[in-house]
Design a protein around this ligand. Structure first.
Ligand code: GAR
Length: 187
């Protein structure tokens, strides 16, 4: 059995899709849900699905090896960042080489980096007049939104798109592709 840890601090819609896809899998299970927000939507999902959840203590996360040890003790094979906005500390990246992936709602390297997430991304894409946007799924290194690309999928941006309508198109791509890639990496 391969174990996944999902790090999520937003609404948790991508976590939901991954959990749904792996429901009934005999080879991959979501072994932990980890968040830095005590009110993250993903905690309700974890409770409903009986998945152990952990709320990150910021000091502990950025200093020392407590979370590395936790994830090793849980025998985590893949760490999936699904709306997790903190930089992953170097010790965690080094302990899980090529075993941490992130999804970003844009075609990196455009519209990435610290503070560029969620609606900020879609506002910037529209303000720039880009004809297309999309998603990037990539391995995580010690920099924000860097690391080797695993998959990019594109969608058109039409002249009448708003950040909200573009967000919907991009989210549809995320929900379609992220669970597939997670499964593929562990199969
Ligand atoms: C997703 O759109 C994901 O791409 C983005 O956060 C959202 C989480 O939504 N992540 C980033 O911007 C990372 N830089 P969700 O909580 O509904 O899955």
């Amino acid at each position: 059995m391969k174990n996944i840890a999902i790090f999520a601090s937003g609404a948790g819609s991508n976590a939901r899709k991954i959990i749904d896809r792996l429901q009934g899998s005999t080879t991959i299970r979501v072994a932990a849900i980890i968040t830095n927000k005590p009110d993250a939507g993903v905690l309700r999902i974890a409770e409903a699905e009986n998945i152990p959840s952990y709320i990150i203590d910021k000091e502990t996360f950025f200093r020392g090896d407590a979370y590395v040890k936790l994830l090793q003790d849980l025998h985590i094979d893949l760490i999936v960042l699904a709306g997790f906005l903190w930089k992953v500390p170097a010790n965690l990246v080094q302990a899980f080489p090529d075993k941490i992936i992130n999804i970003h709602p844009a075609l990196l390297p455009k519209y990435g980096g610290k503070g560029v997430y969620g609606h900020f991304v879609h506002e910037a894409v529209i303000a720039a007049g880009d004809a297309e946007s999309g998603i990037t799924i990539h391995f995580v290194n010690e920099k924000y939104d860097d690391g080797t690309t695993i998959l990019q999928e594109k969608c058109p941006v039409s002249p009448d798109d708003t950040p909200e309508t573009l967000a919907k198109k991009v989210q549809a791509l995320e929900h379609e592709w992220f669970p597939i890639i997670v499964e593929r990496l562990l199969t």
